[in-house]
Write a protein that binds this ligand. Structure first.
Ligand code: NI
Length: 128
């Protein structure tokens, strides 16, 4: 049976190890792709900016710490091992008291600041 080179080299991805390699907070790094979706790991602390993604939902899986997601009129707290999906077009702001480590799942090319732009915009599609 033919086996492609890429498959034979594939190894499991350790999310905690990937997170530990990231030098800067608020800098999402791609660890895997599935079809046109990317799995990104990020370390965050403090508050991000309000933004929305008109073209897509955005999923957050908390690896370590507690993520607060501010939404219109309320906040949700997402603990380690928990998942939250922000629906497309909904304004949101992520935050963490102390550091939190997250995995985000969203289509390739989505910017962390949505259409807000500005200084907090990280390069997208950077692998680690
Ligand atoms: Ni977002």
């Amino acid at each position: 049976m033919p086996e492609s080179a890429s498959v034979s080299k594939t190894q499991p991805i350790n999310l905690a190890q990937k997170a530990a390699l990231i030098e800067q907070q608020w800098s999402p790094r791609v660890v895997a792709e599935m079809n046109d979706y990317q799995f990104k790991v990020v370390r965050i602390e403090g508050e991000f900016i309000w933004h929305a993604h008109p073209e897509t939902d955005e999923a957050f899986l908390v690896l370590e710490g507690t993520l607060r997601i501010d939404l219109p009129g309320r906040s949700v707290h997402v603990g380690a091992g928990e998942l939250y999906v922000v629906p497309r077009g909904i304004e949101h702001r992520t935050a963490a008291q102390g550091e939190a480590k997250l995995m985000m799942i969203e289509p390739r090319g989505i910017l962390n600041t949505g259409h807000e732009g500005g200084a907090r915009t990280a390069d997208s599609d950077v692998w680690i």
